[in-house]
Structures are given as structure tokens and as C-alpha cells.
Design a protein around this ligand. Sequence first.
Ligand code: SAH
Length: 430
Amino acid sequence: MESAISTSKIKEDFLAAAEALESAYVVSLHLMRRKGLRLEFAAGRMIEGDGMLTGGHILDLDSQWAVKVMNWGLLSEKARRHIEASMQLLAIRYHQWTKEELVIALQKDDPCDIGQKADLLREAVCGNEVHRRGLIEFSNYCSRNCSYCGLRRDNRKLTRYRMTEEEIVESSRHAQKLGYRTVVLQSGEDGGLKTEDLCWIIEKIKNRTGLAVTLSVGEKTKEEYRQLKDAGADRYLMRFETSNKALYERLKPGASFGRRLQCLTELRELGYQVGSGCMVGMPGQTLGDLADDLLLMKKLDLDMVGVGPFIPHPETPLKDETQGDFQLTLKFLALVRLVTQNTHIPATTALGSIHPFGRQMALQRGANVIMPNVTPPKYRKFYEIYPNKICITEKPSDCAGCVGSMIHSLGRKIASGPGDSLKVLPAAKD
Ligand code: SAH
């Protein structure tokens, strides 16, 4: 059987972690590899007296690896917890998830265990800072007819709006005044807004505020993505929605799953920081599909990953379907952290809309980003991608206050930097 933990770096990282613990406590740690029922020494600082490695306390990392701790009996409870957490982190970092394991994890009824591991990893890779991205929902016009989304073309009951260029720039200035370092410009696939106009808006925002600009405006040609990038856009969010091609094409009539993935590749080639993600609990979606979603996120090597529950909208063909399960979505989000590791993960508004503490719980299970709404109040209720969306009566400053207290109440800090990708970004290829 293939080792669940990759061997190349584990010894090196084990030795670094062990050295820190050995200088803090009177203890020696040895990485052991399982050989049948036996444990074989793999790495560690052999010191006189424990050459035989008899006795010692065994910490299981996974089916292949364990750690033997000498002098465990002499350690304080606090020291033991510290050593356990540090070794658990090593196991989490090197675990290579298989589809089968992910399906089992999604079935298992212990959201806390996966969530606690995700929280540990989040702290190690992102620290305690939470990034705020000010969300401007600038147009709800959409030429698509996605069967899950309230903005779909055929929803004639929706009052359509498009913010003016001045309003969008003004909202960005407001975001800046509230201390945010990023604005996310999101809309339906609005054919009425020319790419050159969007470029002009991006240039204005960059000139006036210097904020990082993230776009979430759907599928465009590579040439358009290039123009938007040249205008100053830094990042792009576009969920693949589901990795199941047949399901995707059923839910998005006329759309091609291949094209969606190609867009993500083109965005990466152009040097954008790229975000994607999916919905959890769409009709017809299986746990196997969700496991594939996680593996696809890993394969795409994303900088940001957003996930949320599917929420049926009354003016869509899926109006009578069941909402995505809250606990399953939370567990899925924790797995997003465990599988993708060094990504920015938002505690999404959709999670907050189906549970009063949805966003707080997400921040405690792997998420490190929140997206407070900065859309002018008069437009908010019309950006109804799903019903009962939170924050539709609030003002931008209300959301800033609410999100700030949320972050502090969890013992976390408001991030000071712009929150760029946690990865080393390759230069644009194209
Ligand atoms: N037009 C852009 C932005 C879409 S809205 C684009 O195509 O990328 C942002 C996200 O809201 C979508 O990607 C989808 O995952 C989510 N969404 C849409 N309808 C939803 C629903 N009914 N329930 C939950 N999330 C929904």
C-alpha cells in the first residue's frame, strides 16, 4: 500500500520540529515507520541511553508513521499537549488524501475532529489574522440561466440594477475608509457592461485607493481577461460549482465545463491570483462528487477557495430541492483546508445565511477570510442569488462593525496586509 504520508520531506520537517521540542522539554523524539507490527527507527537524534528505543510513548501519525517519545512520564500535561499538537500538524501536512478517504471523512459523524485539525493547520499556515475583502455586488444582470441562481436570465420578477462607474469607485473608497485592503467586484454575466468600461473602473479604483482588486464576473475571453489584468485587476474568483461535468452542464444550460476549467487556466497564465470552489448539496451531487471537488481544488493549485451550501431559490427550477446540509458544508470546508493547505478560504455569506453562527464556525474550522458587504444598501436586496441572504438591510459600516467584533470575539486579529496568495506566484506566462 502506498504511504499516506510522503516520505521526502517528512524526515527533515520532523527533525526541525523535534529539535524545537527537545530544547523546550527534557524529552527525545523519534520518527518511526511501521513495518508490519514492528516500528522501525526512521529519524531522530539518537542519544546515549535510548539506543535501543525500548519503552517510550507512541503517538500515531497515520497508518505508516508514528512518533516515539522518550521520557513522556516526566512531562507536564501542557508539554504533552504541545508535543501532540506539533506531531499532529506534521501528520496533517504530509497526508495525501485519496478519494476513498475523503468520502469516508464526509460520511463520518465527527465534524469536530476534522474541524479541529483544519483549525490547527489554518493557524500554522495563515496565523491568527483574518483578511477582510469588501464585496461590491455591482450588477445583477445576467445572460446565463443557471438553474440554481436567483439572478438567472429567466427570473423576470427580479428588479435589475447596474451601479454607475462613479458609484462603484465611491464604494471602493468607502471600503478603503473602513480599513479593507481588497475589494471584490462581483456581478452576473452582464453583457451590458463593456469590458473597456470595467477596465476604466479598475484603473480608477487602483489610482484612487491602491486597493487589491478581485473580479468575480464570470466567463470572458482570454483577451478580455488580459485587458482587465492590464487595467490593474489582481485576482479572479470563478467557482467551478461542481467537478461533475454532467451535473455542471445540467445545472448550467448552454455552458461547458471544459470552458470553465480553461478560463481558470487562462487566468492563471495571465498572472491572476485565482480562486474557485463549489456549492455543497446540489441536487444530484454525491459524496463521491464532493471528494472529486476537493481533489480538483488541489489539482488546480488554487490561491483562494470559496465554498457554501446550495440554497434553493423560489424563482428557479430547483425551488423545491433540499438545501445543502449545514454540518456537511462545514466539514467540507474543513477538508478544503486539509486538502489544499495554503489557500485563502472565506467564511462565506451563504454559510452565515443558513445558520446564525455559520461564519464564526467556518472561521474556527479552517477559514481565514471574510467578505463584508460594501454594496450600497439600496441595491442589496436585488442581488438575491439565494433567498434569506444576510446583511441586505445593513450599511457598509454596520457590516464592518459586525465583522470586526466577530473576528475579535474568536480571539483572532484583523489582518493588516493585503492578503495576497500564500503561494509563491510564478511570473505571468502569457
Ligand atoms: N457570475 C459570477 C458570479 C456568480 S455569483 C460567476 O459566474 O462566477 C457567486 C456564486 O454564488 C456562484 O459561483 C455560486 O457558487 C453561488 N450561488 C449561486 N446561486 C446559489 C444558490 N442558490 N445557493 C448557494 N450559492 C449560490
